[in-house]
Design a protein around this ligand. Structure first.
Ligand SMILES: [Zn+2]
Length: 59
């Protein structure tokens, strides 16, 4: 399911950065807070139980 922008209700683009995920609305042309984003009618909440291990390449 794709998160939606709380302002325009359009689907937002998911940008994955180092250890975090940002949401960007191409319609509003601005970043959308994960706490404000709408997923399946509910507000997105981080799951503390599930923490994916991120391995840094190089070195
Ligand atoms: Zn928007």
């Amino acid at each position: 399911m794709t998160p939606k922008c709380p302002d325009c209700l359009n689907e937002v683009e998911i940008l994955k950065a180092c250890g975090s995920t940002d949401l960007f609305c191409n319609h509003c042309n601005q970043l959308v807070s994960k706490r404000k984003a709408i997923i399946d009618g509910q507000v997105v909440a981080p799951s503390p139980e599930h923490q994916p291990s991120i391995k840094v390449t190089g070195h």
